[in-house]
Design a protein around this ligand. Sequence first.
Ligand code: ASP
Length: 350
Amino acid sequence: MRNILGVLLISLLLVSCGKTKEEVTVTQTDKKKHDFAIIIHGGAGTILKKNMTLELENAYKDKLEEAIKAGYRILEKGGTSTKAVAASIHVMEDSPLFNAGKGAVFTNDETNEMDASIMEGKTLNAGAVAGVKTVKNPISAAIEVMNNSNHVLLSGSGADQFAKEKGLEIMDPSYFYTERRFKSLQRIKDKEKTELDHDEKTAFYDADIKNSKFGTVGCVALDKNGNITAGTSTGGMTNKRWNRIGDSPIIGAGTYADNATCGVSSTGWGEYFIRGAVAYDISAQMAYKKVSLKEATRDVIQNKLTKLGGTGGVVALDKNGNMSFEFNTAGMYRASMDDKGNLVVKIYKE
Ligand code: ASP
């Protein structure tokens, strides 16, 4: 009899322990962590401390802080996540440090062709531009496409024309020239001229892409009304040809937002992010598998993207204000701020 009672007691304890644990997990997942929050990146890649001067490192950190604070101030005052994303991205687009707007990389034709996209998680409304050459702030053109056109993605001279008609700031293409980016192109072109056979050339390009720093910029914000917006802006990849378009203006690859799950902005070797539908996959894993933001971003970047051969990372933020930086490269320029004003600015792995 005593034995039976003992077994019953232990079983009851086990059942109640199991239940409590399950309840705790559910509450944790659904608990609002922050009323508003913002997270940004300035590109991922082979960013190693040994290759950086203290001066350059500080310049990046200062710009990241300036950018995130521009968006933060808007959220703090109750502004929309879209306005916050635009403000943060504008600061990075206007800086020559990042591969977007003023610091955009050069194409094989020695021009600058920029891509950008934006998505709102409340309505799943989105806008994007690809291959624009004159728009000072391509993220603003993406917002115009989202708010004031029947389309999602405009490209080339038509997109430039659209931006001009909407009254956005238009620049002479020479505005986008920076010596640093031009030299990067020349380095690749010099290498191209050397006597490499086809396989060696392919290997060189692969290594070059893997070693390059993807200076694309991106931002995801959650506002006080619970609305998530994600945005991304880039000059693409150095030496690109044939009007190549990467993942940054592709909704579901470079950018995605859904108030029910999360918002994501990507940076890295764009072709792989398109093939893996990276930004959407993170949101889908949260919706279908009910996993946390951290689990979803880790699986998509560290397992799926890595297996495919892709390099890069994402910044992501969920409806409860949880935030995640995830990348499989040596570094990623990144920053985050929560509703208590806690600021994180980082470059390398740790
Ligand atoms: N993802 C961008 C592209 O492939 C590059 C980057 O992230 O820097 O165009």
